[in-house]
Ligand binder design. Sequence first.
Ligand code: SF4
Ligand code: SF4
Length: 398
Amino acid sequence: MANKDYTIRQLLEMEACTNCRICADVCPAVTAAGEGKISAVNRMKGIKEIVKSRGGLLSKLLGRKVSPEAMAQFSRDTFRCTLCGNCQEVCPVGIQLKDLWLSLRQDLVHSDAYPKEINMIRDNLAASHNVFAEDNDERADWVEDMSEPPDHGFLKEKAEVVYFTGCVAAYFPLAQKIPMALADIMASTDVDFTLMGEEEWCCGFPLLGAGLKDLFHTFRDHNLAAVRAKGAREVVFACPSCYQMWREHYPQGDLKFTHASQFLLRMLRRGDIPMKPLDMTVTYHDPCDLGRAARVFDEPREAIGLIPGVRLVELPRNRENCLCCGGGGNLEMLSKELSADIARLKIEEILSTGAQAVVTACQQCVRTMTTHVRRNKVALEVLDLTQLIQRALDKEEA
Ligand code: SF4
Ligand code: SF4
């Protein structure tokens, strides 16, 4: 056990917390569970206690020790968090709370005080290179379910653009409509793109969230080499977590990393996607990893605004204050119930707008919200931006 998982900045930030509790007010986990003990401010106190308990002679003299039982409880509470970053967004002192939660998770793994469910992430990725322990050579099998799958299956030797699908979209039937939509739009408008098929491995994001950052480099090195082998100049992601991972943890060099919302907006602005009108009122949910983390707020809204006939109404909590859908931080694996309770809050807020559909730009958000809507028979359509644009795509003009 040591404090080496924290940077000097983080050790100083722990002392900067003023106990104002603003972070607790915006936390989706606290609101859904009704438990203040899982708030950022309380977690901050817990970290400080752990760090100080390892503080050498002084802590020995003062007898400061954290009992194994208290540590186990603290660890479970630490992982009851979606890593949505809303606490960081509002902290008046500017503490980088999300990074701190990642360091804390890593510390708990190194201290062997982590929830053992997360071993599954490590084991699945080691065995199959995807987070669901599926055959990785089936990563692009969704192409066969498209209405007109091409003979080459979107697997080319070389292409200008690589579409990095991510594990959720590749394997989850609920989310597979997203890569189908994006591939359909790109193919209909002659974008020179390829998938990577089995050469695509998990981006490594679940490892970071699990506190297993040490294992991430193999995945990064493999994916980068596979993209370069395609001769691509741009990598497109419909998954904000993959996008964030590549932006923050992969060396970019001369490659361009683009989220699908930005890619599609570029095409819409150029008039490359012929559109037919849709008569719809929608609201937009900002995915945490795209909005708060990557500050991509305007592009999806502008893209929606360019679809003729579509009216956008904003959620009460939007942009940097958007309420998480409950699907982040590996929460579903550790506390399915809490994840579902957060999704319920999200759907209630969406229904308050009167919109007939919620549009987002994330496969995990689509999966979480669709699961809630279907299970509870809620009359609401959940769509990814790619699906909305595909619906408006005028193929006769393409
Ligand atoms: S990251 Fe989100 S869920 Fe986690 S403590 Fe902060 S506000 Fe709460
Ligand atoms: S908002 Fe920042 S300063 Fe206030 S209690 Fe939370 S972590 Fe501490």
